[in-house]
Design a protein around this ligand. Structure first.
Ligand SMILES: NC(=O)c1ccc[n+]([C@@H]2O[C@H](COP(=O)([O-])OP(=O)(O)OC[C@H]3O[C@@H](n4cnc5c(N)ncnc54)[C@H](OP(=O)(O)O)[C@@H]3O)[C@@H](O)[C@H]2O)c1
Length: 306
């Protein structure tokens, strides 16, 4: 990762053209990225399995990574792309990305921004997300890779592939997760979206990877304290082993080896402190410091109301 300087709105280049492609527009990052891009004066082609309602500056199209016949409408005339393949990266996803980006450089795509995960650059080349990164890196299109820490919004909006953290907080006053006393610098998806918006529309971020992290490493007990403060209830952290994670991945359709591997990586990431580092990437790219967990919790409090 490396920092880059830039002020929002400055250096907006015209080479991305007037249309940019956003995949995963219903996702935790994608739906926050859209208004930031519209404010930057580009038309956002929002490409999803269930098209969004049409609004000023938003051009919804049907797009499914598993259906190559939907790719052409999505990419036609787009000067810049934001790519997210879905909540659980699978081995075949790199082939989808390669197919979408085939001929993209020649067609005038000036920038691709990929949402990945912290540490994936250290993963073996057969790791599904690393395979996706390599497909982007070899596409010939100038690229920026985002490798964030875990999202704050997992606590308020949940994860699609496992029992929702938000439901358990609301219904049982419990955060049930593996992680022990490990710290994580949870990042707001607002900040990831802000970094993506800059990298998609301004010069100087090509060939760069950023690791958007929040400003404070927190244990899950400390996360529970923040949520207790804004809800006025006593939220407890309840530690589990990796079994519920593995079973949820299997139930979401992950192959057994992926479920085994990912659940081990997940527990290691949360318990080892590897995600508890700090850096200046959000500040350097966006010009403002990352949102703290306390600020996030105030804004998200309605999600935990009983
Ligand atoms: N959550 C975290 O803490 C975290 C941390 C670091 C990195 N990441 C990475 O971020 C990425 C997104 O994870 P997330 O948890 O943020 O997921 P998310 O918010 O649920 O977003 C996933 C998006 O992918 C779309 N999608 C799923 N399958 C699709 C398909 N077949 N065709 C087209 N679109 C499809 C979904 O759209 P639909 O509306 O069609 O379902 C949704 O917009 C993953 O690669 C993950 O590894 C997540």
């Amino acid at each position: 990762m490396s920092g880059a300087t830039g002020t929002i709105g400055q250096n907006l280049e015209t080479d991305v053209g007037s249309t940019v492609l956003v995949t995963g527009p219903t996702g935790k990052v994608g739906r926050r990225l859209i208004p930031l891009l519209v404010r930057r004066g580009v038309t956002v082609r929002a490409a999803s399995r269930s098209p969004l309602p049409e609004r000023v500056g938003i051009e919804p199209v049907r797009f499914d990574w598993t259906d190559e016949s939907t790719y052409e409408t999505a990419r036609m005339g787009a000067g810049s792309m934001y790519l997210v393949v879905g909540p659980i990266p699978q081995p075949e996803h790199a082939d989808y990305v390669r197919a979408l980006l085939d001929g993209a450089a020649e067609a005038g795509v000036a920038r691709v921004v990929l949402l990945s995960t912290y540490g994936v650059d250290q993963a073996p080349p057969e790791n599904p997300l690393r395979r996706i990164e390599l497909a982007v890196e070899s596409s010939g299109v100038p690229y920026t890779i985002l490798r964030p820490a875990a999202f704050m919004q997992n606590f308020s909006e949940g994860l699609r592939w496992r029992e929702s953290l938000v439901d358990l907080i609301r219904e049982r006053d419990e955060i049930v997760a593996p992680g022990g006393a490990g710290v994580v610098s949870y990042v707001s998806t607002e900040d990831i979206a802000a970094v993506a918006a800059v990298a998609m529309t301004e010069d100087g971020h090509e060939g760069t990877a950023y690791a958007p992290f929040g400003p404070q490493p927190l244990t899950l007990t400390e996360v529970a304290e923040h949520i207790s403060w804004v809800t006025g209830r006593r939220i407890r952290y309840v530690e589990t082993d990796r079994t519920p994670i593995r079973d949820a991945l299997l139930a979401a359709g992950a192959p057994p080896e992926t479920a085994e591997h990912n659940s081990q990586v997940y527990v290691h990431a949360f318990s080892s402190g590897a995600l508890g580092v700090l850096n200046d990437d959000v500040l350097d790219v966006t010009g403002r410091p990352p949102v703290s967990f306390a600020e996030f919790a105030v804004g998200a409090a309605a999600a935990w109301r009983q």
